[in-house]
Design a protein around this ligand. Structure first.
Ligand code: COA
Length: 378
């Protein structure tokens, strides 16, 4: 389109406004996050994940009746088709949970007769199915790979309670259920992050919602995006003790290795989600009488602030929180997806509602005026 001398594309599209959206807004300077105008702290304090799902999809808080109806519909869709679970039994037991999630969510499309509808009514039906089913798939895989039968979802439970129940085989206590529900609220939407942008690009071609969400899961899996939470816990395990933190951080910085869970493409101050997860990590440390992971995290946080002026992001303290909840490391990113499905589907609904194919241009920096040389002369 243009030459390198005329313009220079923003690396990683930083600061480029690529869509209009009423769903969520990140104020990176002030460390503020809103969903449909509501501050994340207000929602985390007062709301439930299901209520936030309604908010993201409809642009307003529900009445008591509307919330009850949505909860009922979501719960009626917790179960996944038997075929999907049977197929999962044949996957290699060491398959990455995000790969399994991607493949299985993609296959849900076969069992949804109007899953390709892009009008609001049909797309909303699919959004409800996906939001109800994604946790069942994620939890089922953790059971299957460990040689256990998947636990049948319990439609008397909320999404947060039901997920922990299906994953761990017992219903969570009220404190853990609420903590996890808030974690789902915190991860629900984050404006045009990489996976959400991906879902909008796919939906913008008027491809079906299953395809768009499958692509979103693929994007979320990367260690620079949703995969960072697992990477944080791997780092903590590798470091092993509070005493070893300083030398480890020093070495990482010296060798220009990124410290996972630190830094953000938009926030230049504390990520407001990290404020909550720091609290949960501490809470779990006290509950389990094991403060090592929280203490190590705090030390890393203060060193990174002191040396680089950087702050923890959403993934940093979620790692130690989930670890002490007894959740396998590689399930942290699927948990992110169990929540982010609400933001993805909200953005897809918004995209379908006012669609324009997303088709940017590249700044061509290759050669021009080359003449074809026959292969035998090269
Ligand atoms: N640890 C150490 N240094 C870091 C860092 C980290 N986690 N994140 C960024 N930096 C440094 C980079 O090395 C770079 O330094 P340089 O200018 O000396 O080369 C500088 O900060 C800018 O980094 P860059 O990756 O270009 O910034 P960004 O805005 O694109 O980064 C992230 C955003 C999230 C990709 C980046 O901070 C990161 O990779 N963090 C770790 C992964 C993570 O937690 N991801 C989850 C995001 S929610």
């Amino acid at each position: 389109m243009s030459t390198a001398t005329e313009s220079s594309a923003a690396a990683g599209l930083r600061g480029v406004v690529a869509a209009q959206s009423a769903i969520g807004d990140v104020n990176g300077e002030e460390g503020k996050l809103i969903y449909q105008g509501y501050d994340i702290h207000d929602l985390a304090t007062n709301s439930t994940f299901e209520e936030v799902v309604f908010l993201l999809w409809n642009g307003r808080l529900p009445s008591a009746r509307e919330l009850m109806d949505l909860e009922k519909e979501l719960r009626a869709n917790y179960a996944v088709p038997d075929d999907v679970l049977e197929l999962m039994q044949r996957y290699p037991k060491d398959a990455d949970p995000m790969d399994v999630l991607r493949t299985s969510v993609s296959s849900l499309d076969f069992y949804d007769k109007d899953g390709h509808g892009t009008d609001r009514e049909a797309a909303l039906r699919t959004a409800i199915k996906l939001t109800g089913q994604i946790g069942t798939i994620a939890a089922a895989w953790d059971r299957i790979r460990n040689g256990n039968d998947p636990i049948v979802p319990d439609s008397t439970l909320s999404i947060a309670e039901n997920f922990l129940y299906m994953l761990r085989g017992e219903k969570p206590d009220a404190d853990e259920a609420r903590m996890f529900d808030i974690a789902l609220i915190l991860h629900a939407d984050h404006e045009l992050n990489a996976s959400t942008f991906t879902t909008r690009v796919v939906a913008g071609t008027l491809a079906d919602m299953y395809g768009a969400v499958t692509a979103g899961i693929a994007a979320l899996a990367g260690p620079l995006h949703g995969g960072a939470n697992t990477a944080v816990m791997k780092s903590l395990l590798e470091i092993g003790s509070v005493e070893a933190v300083d030398a480890w951080v020093e070495d990482a910085l010296e060798h220009k290795r990124k410290i996972m869970g630190i830094g953000h493409a938009v926030y230049k101050t504390e990520d407001p989600r990290a404020t909550w997860l720091r609290k949960f990590s501490k809470q779990m440390a006290e509950k389990k009488g094991e403060s090592k992971w929280f203490d190590m995290s705090q030390r890393i946080e203060s060193l990174m602030h002191e040396k680089k002026g950087m702050y923890p992001n959403v993934d940093f303290y979620s790692a130690s929180t989930y670890y002490l909840m007894g959740i396998a490391l590689d399930m942290y990113t699927p948990i992110f997806a169990v929540s982010r499905i609400s933001g993805w589907t909200g953005h897809i609904l918004e995209q379908y509602g006012n669609n324009k194919l997303i088709r940017p241009r590249a700044e061509y920096i290759g050669a021009r005026d080359q003449k074809y040389v026959p292969i035998e002369e090269r």
